[in-house]
Ligand binder design. Structure first.
Ligand code: UDP
Ligand code: MG
Length: 301
């Protein structure tokens, strides 16, 4: 069995060496493996730390392109029959790898999921949980709560992921969308070993919108449905106003109610245009078809 381990890194200088030692320890005399580090525009010494290691491959981007781009670049550079994708901050425990390898004969993917979110801000867990609910309702893919990107894949799976060539990449969705049979291994959440998370609340929020927009057009129907409902309501209201005026005359009043209705409808219109804008914007970005990342240096021949 030959194995490649793809590791996206953004400002992980303190974790690189520890990670390398740990992986070598866990996999010693078990299996042939190679690590591919993807340095995603780190502003610290991550790249130097990587270069100090023996026998590792690396790709270094010209700037920070985001974890999705790093995953894509890393996978694209793999050749082995088996590929593991994992973070190097020890939140994806290297100690799980032997167990994952044990299962891979019977499955196409061995993936991991956190069964707890201990150590994570409450508000973040709350939004995450609800995001999964919304996503599973709106789309025809079934996202698994707590699923990590940490997974072992057979070549055929990696190729399927790479075949999805879109720029707006939402890996959690892509991994589900491609299918194949998956073995889930569960573990408790672990706090990151060194450094800070690169995902602020707003970055995660934007990422979740990305997820919804890339996997369903359901929000577009929302404007249509709201539009129909309001057309019916206003038709009934017009009838009511006409009849009332004919029967009782037209005492001029009702400025507050008029204003409320105008503002309310205006709000809904802006909301709908916003949803539409999300899709038009994503389409615009896709049609430009820019590269997902730019490599400044690597040690592949
Ligand atoms: N990462 C990356 N590019 C980015 C942000 C993060 O390659 O722009 C990497 C990071 O080095 C780590 C993994 O993606 O290996 C997950 O990021 P992080 O640990 O900050 O997120 P969290 O685990 O808190 O969700
Ligand atoms: Mg992490």
């Amino acid at each position: 069995m030959n194995l490649e381990i793809v590791v996206p890194c953004h400002n992980e200088e303190k974790n690189i060496k520890k990670f390398f030692i740990e992986i070598n320890y866990v996999l010693r005399d078990k299996i042939d493996f190679n690590i591919i580090f993807v340095n995603d525009g780190s502003t610290d010494n991550t790249l130097d730390e990587i270069k100090k290691l023996d026998n590792v491959r690396y790709i270094s981007f010209s700037r920070n392109f985001g974890k999705e781009a790093a995953i894509f670049a890393g996978l694209k550079h793999t050749k082995a029959d088996y590929v593991i994708l994992m973070d190097c901050d020890f939140q994806d425990p290297p100690s799980l790898i032997p167990e994952m390898i044990d299962y891979i004969d019977d499955y196409d993917i061995v993936a991991t999921r956190r069964v707890s979110r201990i150590g994570e801000p409450k508000i973040r867990s709350f939004f995450a949980r609800n995001f999964y609910k919304v996503m599973n309702r709106l789309t025809n893919i079934e996202l698994v709560d707590g699923a990590r990107d940490f997974r072992l894949m057979k070549r055929i799976v990696v190729d399927a992921v790479l075949d999805i060539n879109e720029n707006n990449r939402f890996s959690k969705g892509i991994f589900q969308w491609i299918g194949f049979n998956t073995k889930w291994i569960e573990y408790e959440n672990i706090k990151r070993s060194e450094g800070e998370t690169s995902w602020s609340f707003w970055r995660l929020f934007a990422y979740s919108i990305e997820g919804i927009v890339s996997f369903t057009v359901a929000p577009l129907y929302l404007s249509t449905v709201i539009g129909i409902i309001f057309s019916i309501i206003s038709f009934i209201f017009i009838l009511f106003v006409v009849v009332r005026t004919l029967l009782f005359g037209d005492p001029v009043s009702g400025w507050p109610s008029t204003m409320s209705v105008i503002l309310f409808i205006g709000g809904i219109q802006l909301f709908s245009i916003g949803i539409l804008g999300q899709y038009v914007g994503k389409t615009y970005v896709e049609t430009k078809n820019r590269p997902k990342y730019i490599i400044k240096e690597d040690n592949f021949d």
